[in-house]
Design a binder for this molecule. Sequence first.
Ligand SMILES: Nc1ncnc2c1ncn2[C@@H]1O[C@H](COP(=O)(O)OP(=O)(O)O)[C@@H](O)[C@H]1O
Ligand SMILES: [Mg+2]
Length: 230
Amino acid sequence: MALYELSGISRTYHMGEIAVTALQAVDLVIDIGELIAVMGPSGSGKSTLCHLLGLLDAPTSGQILMDGQDLSTLEEGRRASLRNQKIGFVFQDFSLVPVLSALENVQLPLMFHAGGVHHSGRRAAEALAAVGLAEHAHHRPNQLSGGQQQRVAIARALVTEAEVVIADEPTANLDSESAAGIMELIVKLNAERKTTFLLSTHDARLLAHIPRKIVLRDGRIVEDRREAAS
Ligand SMILES: Nc1ncnc2c1ncn2[C@@H]1O[C@H](COP(=O)(O)OP(=O)(O)O)[C@@H](O)[C@H]1O
Ligand SMILES: [Mg+2]
């Protein structure tokens, strides 16, 4: 079953006289439960694609269906609630609230979620346990390593039971060992929870266990490769 169907997607940014086309004529189908890495050099359009799939931005032209629904026909309020219900984000700078504990950071999205406040403490604790941080629930971000902070961010993305987690360069600010640990965790969570994951990276060394790899160059998909299950 398709989670996303993109056809003829382009996104052009205008800065005064200058127009930059960040994505060009992209066709892409993402099925429920997939784990996909989007690769490509800096400036190739990875973040733009993440923002479109995350409903943080809209294409200049083309059509995006999510669960069969045409996103371009949605008004902003409806888009925002779809984003809250279905999508979890992980950013390269972790984006945790520094004055909140790990547990409170994970609880935060439940405050904006239908029915989320009930049992939010228990649900956040479960999500932290799923990323291996049960023991660190009461630590603040600055008491955690980069890799641990990114695990908290992943727990925060999962706690609402999002259909898809979109992670834009989640390992860019991590040392290679922590980066490998984050990739391993994503592979494990995808297998165990069947959550769809789409992540971007410019580091091909981390992708040994990623079943589908899409390569962007100058805003176009130049490769879309599926590996046999390992
Ligand atoms: N908000 C923006 N305004 C203008 N140009 C942008 C904006 N965001 C991205 N771009 C341009 O679009 C292209 C693709 O950028 P991006 O999607 O951020 O690539 P990546 O994440 O692969 O580095 C680049 O040329 C970039 O400079
Ligand atoms: Mg980027």
